[in-house]
Design a protein around this ligand. Structure first.
Ligand code: MN
Length: 254
């Protein structure tokens, strides 16, 4: 049986572009995440952010792995801060579903792959904090982390740190990545290690300090949008799906 990978989704207002009238709110997940999981051999299941903890407790039982997708800023209250002026829009329903879901996934030792916002959530769920806005809070020398070019196009490099599992997955020491974030990791959570940094020192990838204990990988770039241009980006999805498959087999044997 192929492993079932839950993919977090967002809520998005949509408008009829012809009639220029509001169509209401929609559950939305970028097809690139769904296809990334499917191409790696997993079964993608999109998880609407409704019902908070109650829904999270019910759906977690059906999942073999969790993919935390990118999107809006996390409410800084989750890491004990008041909002800075540069904080972007937040979606309370999304945070209220994903944070308990992530806590449960960590407790059940589900393999977790976090992308962009997803990597930041992973850090916060494990006790870390975020820069609410890199351009105003990082200080001198911060790179342009919010590119205006297409998503498949890499705009800055990241250096993989020695011995990182990420280097094994990507099979290289320097990775060219896209960049669509204005937030970043401030205090790193215990249990995580930084596995790649950009030239300004911003943490661009994290992983579990002890991968034999639990499979956790986070990347700050949108790997799902780069699979066509760089096949190694697809290897991240393959590693996650393989870990979910092993998790499902261990669970079946227990
Ligand atoms: Mn970046």
């Amino acid at each position: 049986m192929p492993p079932i990978i839950g993919i977090t989704a967002t809520l998005k207002e949509d408008v009829d572009s012809v009639a220029e009238r509001p169509l209401g709110r929609f559950v939305r997940a970028d097809l690139d995440y769904v296809e990334g999981v499917a191409a790696a051999g997993g079964v993608p299941v999109v998880l609407p952010p409704v019902g908070g903890r109650r829904t999270a407790e019910a759906v977690i039982r059906g999942l073999d792995g969790l993919l935390l997708s990118g999107g809006s800023d996390l409410d800084p209250g989750y890491y004990g801060e008041e909002p800075a002026p540069e904080l972007g829009p937040t979606i309370p329903e999304r945070d209220a579903f994903e944070m308990p879901l992530l806590a449960l996934a960590l407790r059940h030792k589900l393999p977790i792959f976090g992308i962009c916002r997803g990597m930041q959530l992973l850090n916060v769920a494990l006790g870390g904090t975020l820069y609410q806005d890199l351009p105003s809070q990082w200080g001198r020398g911060v790179l342009k982390h919010r590119q205006e070019t297409p998503k498949w196009q890499p705009t800055h490099e990241v250096e993989v740190l020695g011995g990182a599992y990420l280097g094994e997955i990507m099979d290289r020491d320097v990775i060219k990545v896209n960049s669509y974030h204005h937030q970043g990791i401030k205090d790193l959570a215990g249990g995580l290690v930084v596995s790649a940094r950009s030239a300004d020192g911003v943490a661009e990838a994290v992983e579990a300090g002890d991968l034999s204990e639990r499979w956790l990988v986070g990347v700050q770039w949108h790997a799902e949008a780069m699979r066509g241009a760089d096949p190694r980006q697809g290897a991240l999805f393959e590693a996650h799906v393989s870990a979910a498959e092993r998790h499902a087999m261990r669970r079946a044997a227990a």
